[in-house]
Structure formats: C-alpha cells, structure tokens
Design a protein around this ligand. Structure first.
Ligand SMILES: NC(=O)c1ccc[n+]([C@@H]2O[C@H](COP(=O)([O-])OP(=O)(O)OC[C@H]3O[C@@H](n4cnc5c(N)ncnc54)[C@H](OP(=O)(O)O)[C@@H]3O)[C@@H](O)[C@H]2O)c1
Length: 360
C-alpha cells in the first residue's frame, strides 16, 4: 500500500502549515502514479499562494479540507505505477507538482518528448502548467542541469517573455528599465536578457540594503539603488518599470517621482508579500499585470508549436550557466527539509544568491 504525504498550508495564512498522510487511491485505467523526486522552492512559489485565489493556483492540486491548499512547485518525478499504455513505470517527468510525495495523473496528448496531465479539474487551467517534459527522450537532455532547471527554468522563461514583450513594444519609448526586487532570480534573468541586447535601454535595479552589494556584484545593472534612495532615480529619463516586488509604497514613490516619464509598469511579482497595498500615487492607467503563461500562449500562436520552448530553452541554458558564478543551490531531503525551505523563503530569510532544492 502506497501512502501519500502532503505539505499543506492555510490559504488565508500561509504561515500555518501541516503534514497530511493518506493512502494513495487505486488507479483507474489511463492513470499513472508519479513519485515526486525533488523540487525547487523560491519566492515564485510563495506568490502562487499569495495570489492563489485570484489566479487559480489552488485549483491545480486541490485538497478535501476547505481552507487548506497545496502550493505548486517545479521539479522532477518518476512514474512508479501505470495504467496508461504509453507511459511506463520508470518514465521521468519534469513539470508542475504538488508539495507532496506523489501525484495521480491522467496522461493526455502523449508525444515523444511531452505529455499533458488531462485530469478533469486541470482542463481550464493554463496549458503551460499542465505540460510535462519526458526528459529521457529530450534531445540533448543533461541530468547535470536538473537542479538549475528546477530553480531557474520557470523564472528565466518568464524573464525571456518579459524581454520579448518589452522589445516587441519598443520598450514603451523608455530610456531606462527600472526593476524593483532586482535581486530576485526573475529580475536577474530579465537583466541577462536585456544586457545581451546592445539596443536595450539602461538597467536600474532597486533592492533592499541587505542585497545591494550582491546586486551590484552581478555587474548587470547600470545603477543600483535601495528602496530608500528612490530620489536618486533619474526622473528626466522616460522609464519602464518591471516590478517583481508588488510593494505599493515603492511603486507609488517611483510613479510620483517619474510622473509623465513613467511610460509603463509591468506588474510581474509580489516578493514583498506584506506590502501590497497600492496607494494614490500609483498610475493605474499605464500599469498592467504580466502573466507569463498568457505571453507563452500568444507566442505559441505567433511562432507555431515548439518554437517558444526552443528559444526560451536556449536562453535559459545560457543564463543558467552564467548564474553558476553566483547562485548557491541548497539541497536537502525529508519532511523537515521541505517545511524548513518553505518557511525560510516565506519569511524572506533565504539569501538572494541562494535557492532551495528539496524532496520528501
Ligand atoms: N507574472 C508571472 O508570470 C511570473 C512568473 C514568474 C515569476 N513571477 C514573480 O517574480 C517574483 C520573483 O520570483 P523569484 O522566484 O525570482 O524570487 P526569488 O529569487 O526567490 O526572490 C528573492 C528576493 O525577493 C525579495 N524577497 C523575498 N522574500 C521577501 C520577504 N519576505 N520580504 C521582502 N522581500 C522579500 C528579496 O529581494 P529584494 O531585497 O531585492 O527586494 C529577495 O532577495 C515572484 O513574485 C514571482 O511570483 C511572476
């Protein structure tokens, strides 16, 4: 008898967590049981919880108990039971998993290097999250990059989308790109992509004082300021803001300082979980939410199937190799390690140059 261990959190209070153990259900025809091997945990995953009700992230791995949920994570799993003719035991998948030991899946649209989880409750959710890489069949698959992939692929794919979106919009006429929460990995990826393009505007990073030296040391941003140095931002230069912080005070102060020169703000992330209240200085009419899966769907229809993945993968691979100069991946196993990584990231204690890879 297989038991499943789940790490659950209260949807309205992410600090309240518990471990729930139950028997694995028996598989129906067409289903498989995946055993989650290991996964990454960064601020991105906490954000899935913060915006879970609004964007629907709790719907991927629902639990019976109303009020509780499971945050999704990116990682690898192995098929340990199968009632699907094309997905054998021993298959290894990369994709979107619950913080749990196992997931029952209903593989659908099974192709050589990819399949989807066709579970009914996921049908309406963005396809990017329902797709899984069949890694053993991927051309050029390199297991030595598994950790980099879990931590960085979802983030740097978003960075690639952001660069592509800004470029496609002629940078909204900006001469500077300002990135609050510049020490986040999604921000750093965006900086890599922007820096690679000699025609890009200059890059300004905003960060907390504890992370300023590390952000400067990356050598990617032309200027780095702390959140209490917003008066040093050049208000004469038209600016586009790529916001990872979701910090209402920071955005209000930036918008007030830039005025008409605030050409566009892309609201990407919410790393400052406790500071989301948007004040009266925030310029709503030139701000919009950015949702990477939406951009990926747009590019898939513009460029044809597989092309976005090819370009994003090439970008991620190159940037991940560069990131080895500064990124420390902390690897731990066991229920306590999962809980520790979760609470460490939630409390903002994980250093900017670090990331967790954990498993039960
Ligand atoms: N819209 C989309 O489609 C999309 C896709 C991918 C990612 N994102 C978002 O991008 C953001 C960055 O994700 P990531 O995984 O790249 O982040 P990360 O690398 O884990 O970010 C770490 C940084 O976030 C800030 N931070 C983290 N916890 C904090 C806390 N409790 N209090 C204050 N600051 C805290 C700090 O930056 P500073 O000191 O520099 O502020 C810290 O160095 C997330 O909100 C994520 O959801 C959005």
């Amino acid at each position: 008898m297989t038991t499943i261990t789940e790490f659950q959190m209260r949807k309205d209070n992410l600090e309240d967590t518990r471990e729930v153990i139950h028997e694995a259900p028996s598989l129906a025809n067409g289903e498989v049981l995946a055993k989650v091997d290991r996964f990454a945990f960064t601020a991105n995953n906490v954000t899935y919880g913060i915006v879970g009700e609004r964007i629907g992230y709790w719907k991927f791995f629902p639990v019976a108990d109303e009020g509780w949920g499971i945050i999704p994570v990116w990682g690898f799993a192995d098929i340990v039971e199968s009632k699907h003719p094309d997905v054998p035991v021993g298959e290894r998948l990369y994709g979107y998993w619950p913080m749990a030991t196992h997931l029952v899946m209903a593989p659908d649209r099974v192709k050589e290097t990819r399949l989807f989880d066709g579970a009914a409750h996921r049908a309406e959710l963005p396809p990017v999250y329902n797709a899984y890489g069949r890694v053993k069949a991927e051309p050029g698959y390199d297991g030595k990059m598994d950790d980099d992939r879990m931590v960085l692929f979802p983030l740097y794919a978003t960075s690639f989308c952001l660069y592509d979106f800004l470029k496609d919009n002629d940078w909204f006429g900006a001469l500077q790109v300002i990135i609050p929460s510049a020490s986040s990995k999604t921000a750093i990826g965006t900086a890599y992509a922007t820096k690679d393009d000699a025609t890009s505007p200059k890059l300004v990073g905003l960060t907390s004082s504890r992370n300023k030296a590390a952000v400067e040391a990356l050598g990617l941003y032309d200027q780095v300021f702390t959140y209490d140095e917003i008066e040093k931002v050049d208000a004469e230069r038209p600016a586009v803001i790529i916001d990872m912080s979701g910090n209402g005070d920071v955005l209000g102060a930036l918008h007030k300082r830039l005025g008409d020169n605030m050409k566009f703000t892309s609201n990407v992330g919410v790393t400052h979980y406790d500071a989301n209240a948007i004040g009266s200085d925030f310029i709503r009419e030139r701000s919009a939410m950015f949702f990477a899966p939406g951009h990926i769907q747009k590019r898939t229809s513009d460029w044809g199937p597989g092309e976005f993945e090819k370009r994003a993968f090439a970008f991620w691979h190159d940037a991940a190799i560069k990131s080895r100069d500064w990124l420390h991946i902390e690897k731990k196993a066991g229920s306590d390690a999962v809980a520790h990584a979760y609470h460490d990231v939630l409390a903002g204690k994980t250093p900017a140059n670090a990331a967790w890879v954990v498993g039960f």
